[in-house]
Design a protein around this ligand. Structure first.
Ligand code: GDP
Ligand code: IMO
Ligand code: MG
Length: 430
């Protein structure tokens, strides 16, 4: 038996989906533990490209259980659409299980996400508009509706009646918007519930059973460490904990059962949405990275902000997540550059700062201090082993791992499964 948690170590979109899909070949169960359809995980299998938002990437490996844990916020309509899309692509979705404790995203959460963002004006967060923040607010306020509640029509209507009484006050009086009725909400979600009900169950029990039976369980994180509501660049964060600790509370598996944590990083940095980004490049190099890496959001299509790799952030992520290993992705995106830079520290108020600050104003004033390494100017996309990489690329990858204080578990040279140099398997014998 072994378990492994895959987390994003930057601002999301590190390629967690690709790594999860690869590791899933050796797993029996793959579980998401937080976030919702704000996630966009692109997985390339053969010539086919899949875009997943809520369904764990393990669904693409036949015969696995794909669990949506209690820590996830589930939009039933969005999930039903995603299942349709997967079925049409010929994917067998019978392995899906949805926690009856997971909170449901309702149409009013999506509406409030949009209205709240609009009202923030220049201080907007740049959310994905998927209702994530408002749904987690309701969970914490104890006024949410859980996936288990969707199974009983009368109970659901009763819960919606109570919820809408207070939501409509805000929708109408604060935002001057038309109120929602129980009937219209029911109508919007009813069809999806009928499809999803067969998958809704107590997934915490199921996961513990799998662990006790000696199965391999993989936990798939969404978003990234710097979007964590506690450890990220607050308030420019998401409303959940994408860090490894959440794999336990987000699924019902105790911390004693977590064996390994792999942090995924791109060989450079990207960010979607607002907030400080010390190593951001607004020049031609940033544009080269955006074009070569196709850095446009999977969920919203927005151009991602691009910059050099930030080792201050990686070191911080490695500590916050307790990362054993680092999966380094997208190194091929840098193939054409003459030299490559790594931000190794910040300059703050004339002093060298080696640690990631908690204070956002302080971070906004940090200037990157770079180490420059020679580029390789070679096409890496066909490399199969470490020896296939030119010296300069190897040096770059190893320097990043050294700065992050982690073992390199893989180096990825393209989006496909076979474009990965695996240095350490996810489930080594314990
Ligand atoms: P996630 O949200 O962390 O799963 O990452 P995304 O799927 O949003 O973004 C990562 C993008 O990079 C996807 O389009 C992947 O197909 C792609 N990708 C992953 N690994 C590599 C790689 O090594 N090289 C290149 N060029 N693209 C990659
Ligand atoms: P994956 O799993 C990148 C960002 C949004 C916004 C902030 C808050 O694909 O890595 P939210 O809708 O969560 O309230 O938005 O978080 N964000 C992501 N950025 N990748 C993601 O997911 C993201 N999920 C949310 O752009 O800045
Ligand atoms: Mg993504």
């Amino acid at each position: 038996m072994a378990t492994c948690v895959v987390v994003g170590s930057q601002w999301g979109d590190e390629g967690k989906g690709k790594i999860t899909d690869l590791f899933a070949e050796q797993a029996d169960v793959v579980a998401r533990f937080q976030g919702g359809a704000n996630a966009g995980h692109t997985v390339v299998v053969g010539e086919k490209k899949y875009k997943l938002h809520l369904v764990p990437s393990g669904i693409l490996s036949p015969g696995k259980l794909a669990v949506i844990g209690n820590g996830v916020v589930v939009d039933p309509v969005q999930l039903n659409d995603e299942l349709e899309y997967l079925k049409e692509a010929g994917i067998d979705v019978r392995g899906l299980r949805i926690s009856n404790r997971a909170h449901a995203i309702m149409p009013y959460h999506r509406l409030l996400d949009r209205l709240e963002e609009e009202s923030r004006g220049a201080g907007k967060i740049g959310t994905t508009g998927r209702g994530i923040g408002p749904a987690y607010v309701d969970k914490a306020a104890r006024s949410g509706i859980r996936m288990g509640d969707l199974l009983d029509r009368d109970r659901l209507a009763q819960r919606l009646d109570v919820a809408l009484a207070s939501k409509n006050r805000v929708i109408e009086r604060v935002y001057g918007y038309a109120p929602l009725t129980v009937e219209e909400v029911m109508l919007e979600i009813e069809e999806s519930i009928q499809v999803l009900r067969q998958y809704i169950t107590d997934t915490a029990g199921l996961l513990m059973d799998a662990i006790e039976a000696g199965k391999n369980v993989l936990f798939e994180g969404a978003q990234g460490t710097l979007l964590d509501v506690d450890f990220g660049t607050y308030p420019f964060v998401t409303s959940s904990n994408p860090t490894a600790g959440a794999a336990t509370v987000g699924t019902g598996v105790g911390p004693r059962h977590i064996d390994k944590v792999v942090g995924v990083a791109k060989a450079y940095s990207t960010r979607v949405g607002e907030g400080p980004f010390p190593s951001e490049l607004t020049n031609a190099v940033g544009e080269t990275i955006r074009q070569r890496g196709n850095e446009y959001g999977t969920t919203t299509g927005r151009p991602r902000r691009c910059g050099w790799l930030d080792a201050v952030i990686l070191r911080y992520s490695a500590r916050v997540n307790g990362m054993d290993g680092l999966a380094l992705n997208c190194i091929d995106v840098l193939d054409t550059l003459e030299d490559v830079k790594i931000c190794v520290a910040y300059e703050y108020n004339g002093k060298r700062l080696e640690t990631f600050p908690a204070d956002l104003d302080e971070l906004a004033k940090c200037r990157p201090i770079y180490e420059t390494l020679p580029g390789w100017q070679t096409d890496l996309t066909k490399a199969k082993t470490l020896d296939d990489l030119p010296e300069a690329a190897k040096r770059y990858a190893h320097r990043i791992a050294e700065l992050a204080n982690c073992r390199l578990v893989s180096i990825s040279v393209g989006p496909r499964r076979d474009q990965t140099i695996v240095l350490e398997p996810p489930f080594a014998e314990q």
